[in-house]
Design a binder for this molecule. Structure first.
Ligand code: SF4
Ligand code: SF4
Length: 433
């Protein structure tokens, strides 16, 4: 009896009753659209969780439908009864994770990846530097000419093709921890660098800092910040994700700052919900709330400061692929579009169904490669109809996925995928006079 009660608590059983089975969420769900199974829809997943919590189905039956959920949260935006699907999904993932029979080896690998690798700036720098070495020494050319990349596990050879050129280790080392604008700062901003963003897209992070500086802000990079914990939560490691949240709250609360800015939709969505991890009325909830109130995406803060003008026209047809987590969790939709439209020469053409996930979803495209590519194919159909020269997005996972989409369509020479920040930098921004 007690076991069932504990299971029900972990599975967020009480929240499953908010679902009235109306099915409005079905057309919004990318996995329902591509897999065409009720069990792979939001309604079906909620039903399965409820049945597992009642002991009417096994946890094993829950595994595949939950694993195949992108966590894009498109279902939550159309649900008339406001079902807390995010909490139900996280509860299911945590329960399945606890239930998993794992081999010692995979336990050790996971332990290393989630506890030591992603949260460590040292490891992230090492990854960036190793990629630079691979690219700069000609190893990449050799590996490609011998087709060694095609033999890489988990389709990593596909992603290798779209990893951007990395800066040298000395350039990474030279980065300043505090950047000051000319004159009195208009705002004091703490920049959340992110783990994947800072490793794979270090140059975009540098450009982000530059844009904030040009907007008149003082920018600091708190030394003890760590991974946001989104990847951990998506993998059911909720306890570890909470530990990382506590580290970040500590790292960012010492400074007298106006905003905590990030440039990665997925990270921002995690940061902005740190207060949900703690019980209301507790000291940690208060600290988390103070943190989340300052969290902003780079696009929001640039629009708010409104201090940039662009001096070089970018004569390109652009389409915008929003990050699901930015749209559905952070609810930031207008600022990126406003900024794209401020770039002289740019023509923004919206695609059909822009809020349909691109299939990246954290590590979904690595662990569920075939399903992710089905979703990407659908996304590229909508992208292609706009006939763009540039696809702009706002999250590292979406950016890599869009680059991969372009590569798979054989359009690498014609279409570029940019982070919003890269597009803004192309237009030679400078402070408004
Ligand atoms: S829209 Fe909401 S209430 Fe309706 S089936 Fe989906 S989750 Fe349930
Ligand atoms: S989070 Fe996305 S993939 Fe998962 S059920 Fe909701 S809409 Fe479908």
């Amino acid at each position: 009896m007690n076991d069932l009660k504990t299971l029900q608590e972990k599975l967020q059983y009480d929240k499953t009753f908010d679902c009235v089975q109306c099915g409005y969420c079905l057309p919004a769900c990318p996995t329902y659209e591509t897999m065409e199974k009720e069990t792979h829809s939001p309604r079906g997943r909620i039903n399965l969780v409820k049945m597992a919590a009642e002991g009417k189905t096994s946890l094993e039956d829950l595994e595949e439908p939950i694993e195949k959920c992108l966590g894009c949260m498109a279902c939550t935006t159309v649900c008339p009864t406001n079902v807390q699907y995010g909490a139900i999904l996280e509860g299911a993932k945590e329960t399945l994770e606890d239930n998993k029979e794992k081999s010692k080896r995979s336990e050790k690998t996971e332990e290393f990846l989630f506890r030591s690798f992603f949260p460590s700036s040292k490891w992230m720098n090492r990854l960036g530097n190793a990629t630079w070495l691979y690219q700069a020494t000609g190893l990449q050319k050799v590996a490609r000419s011998l087709c060694l990349t095609a033999m890489a596990p988990l389709h990593l050879g596909e992603f290798e093709k779209v990893i951007p050129s990395q800066p040298s280790p000395s350039k990474r080392k030279k980065r300043l921890q505090r950047v000051e604008p000319e004159g009195t700062p208009a705002a004091k901003i703490a920049f959340f660098t992110g783990c994947v963003m800072d490793s794979v897209f270090f140059e975009i992070n540098q450009q982000t800092i530059e844009l904030m500086k040009l907007s008149g802000a003082e920018v600091i990079l708190p030394e003890h910040q760590t991974c946001c914990g989104a990847l951990h939560a998506h993998s059911g490691k909720v306890g570890l994700s909470k530990e990382l949240a506590m580290e970040n709250i500590k790292a960012f609360e010492d400074e007298n700052i106006d905003y905590i800015v990030n440039n990665a939709g997925g990270c921002g969505a995690r940061l902005i919900e740190y207060d949900h991890l703690f019980e209301e009325g507790t000291k940690w909830h208060r600290r988390a709330k103070a943190f989340t109130e300052k969290v902003k995406d780079i696009s929001e803060v640039l629009v708010e400061l409104d201090a940039l003008e662009f001096s070089a026209p970018v004569e390109k047809l652009v389409t915008y692929q929003p990050s699901c987590h930015m749209t559905n969790v952070q609810r930031v939709t207008k600022p990126p579009r406003q900024l794209i439209e401020q770039v002289p020469g740019v023509k923004l053409r919206e695609m059909n169904n822009p809020d349909f996930c691109c299939g990246s979803a954290g590590v979904y495209n690595i662990v569920n490669y075939e399903d992710s590519m089905e979703i990407l194919n659908k996304k590229m159909e909508d992208v292609n109809k706009t006939n763009p020269e540039v696809i702009v997005t706002t999250n590292p996972g979406c950016l890599l996925q869009m680059k991969l989409g372009v590569e798979r369509e054989g359009k690498s020479g014609e279409v570029q995928a940019f982070h919003l920040v890269e597009l803004l930098m192309e237009a030679s921004p400078r402070p408004k006079k």
